[in-house]
Design a protein around this ligand. Structure first.
Ligand code: AMP
Length: 317
């Protein structure tokens, strides 16, 4: 996970769980679309769970589990694939980006948003608090839910997308016209567990521009605006007002770095403590999966029955 995931998504989840019932899963089935090494996938699933817990997801308040542990996700995904249009899936820009960069493009990568729709719809979800980059997928999920309801009668809650006001789009520090993404080797991506010295170095080297004017203008000043956006998201102020505090790029870079270091340090410390106890992480995930299954199984049964699949039990009719 990187700073973009944290500011655009995870931090809001931790806040929202005090006012909403949150359901969060580590999407290991989605990870399979790019055929990761099995040992690496296992380690990453555990590490992501530890990160979510360290970033403030409280298993007492929210439901946290591994996607593959609740088989209803894979099963509902088939119903979603039969409801989504081929043309709709083909228009997904994330698929186009990822498939252009891959030598082998799995069918799973293509139908990824159908599985994502299942993840959302299984829990009668009202709100999907994810970053701006997920707009198209959430829109597709809404379309699938509406089409299913229209075909088979009221089955799913049609969810709304909530985009955080600040941090919705954190850009790469070296290529500020691109969003910050998972490729951790990139000097423009700040990892959630990165040591303070490394974070400070990356901000110091962040790409800006040559006009020297500190102004929030993402179109013509993407680098400076990204730094302002990050500092704004970290300090809870609007980026335009943060811009008023600076007349030079140097202090802006070092204050943004300090704010990010302060924000991430407690997460890193909790992670190091928690990751030394994988049995506890596995236990928390199993408790979460049991909680998730209770809701997911009822929704799946409703969808199966409305679509005309016969009951799983021997009861008839
Ligand atoms: P992903 O890393 O694509 O699996 O995304 C996980 C979550 O982080 C989603 O809610 C995304 O919207 C959010 N996210 C990913 N990258 C960024 C970014 N650069 N800025 C803001 N939010 C992001």
């Amino acid at each position: 996970m990187h700073l973009g995931n944290y500011l655009g998504a995870v931090r809001n989840w931790a806040d929202l769980q005090h006012s909403h019932q949150g359901v969060y899963c580590v999407v290991d089935l989605h990870a399979l679309t790019t055929a990761p090494d099995p040992a690496e996938l296992r380690d990453n699933t555990m590490a992501t769970a530890a990160l979510l817990l360290s970033a403030g997801i409280d298993p007492e308040l929210s439901t946290l589990f591994a996607q593959s542990a609740v088989s209803e996700h894979a099963e509902l995904a088939w119903l979603m694939e039969c409801t989504a249009g081929f043309g709709e899936l083909r228009r997904m820009t994330q698929f186009k980006d990822k498939s252009d960069r891959s030598e082998f493009v799995s069918a799973g990568l293509f139908t990824y948003p159908a599985l994502q729709a299942a993840d959302i719809l299984l829990y009668d979800t009202d709100l999907v608090p994810v970053g701006d980059d997920q707009r198209q997928h959430v829109e597709l999920c809404r379309d699938i839910a509406e089409r299913f309801n229209h075909r088979y009668g009221e089955t799913f809650v049609v969810p709304a997308h909530v985009i955080p006001k600040a941090g919705a789009r954190v850009m790469d520090l070296q290529n500020p016209q691109d969003k910050m993404s998972k490729s951790m080797e990139s000097p423009g991506t700040v990892g959630l567990l990165e040591e303070p010295e490394s974070v400070a170095r990356k901000f110091k080297r962040a790409v800006t521009d040559s006009d020297g004017d500190v102004r929030y203008d993402p179109e013509s000043k993407p680098g400076v605006s990204n730094l302002l956006g990050i500092l704004a998201a970290a300090s809870g102020r609007p980026p335009e007002s943060v811009a008023g505090d600076y007349s030079q790029y140097g202090p802006l870079k070092s204050d943004a770095a300090d704010a990010v270091i302060e924000l991430l340090s407690p997460v890193r410390e909790r992670y190091h403590a928690l990751s030394s106890d994988p049995a506890e992480i596995a236990r928390l995930l199993a408790v979460g999966a049991d909680k998730a299954r209770e809701v997911a199984s009822a929704t799946l049964e409703r969808a199966r029955s409305n679509a005309g699949l016969i009951p799983r039990t021997h009861r008839w009719p």
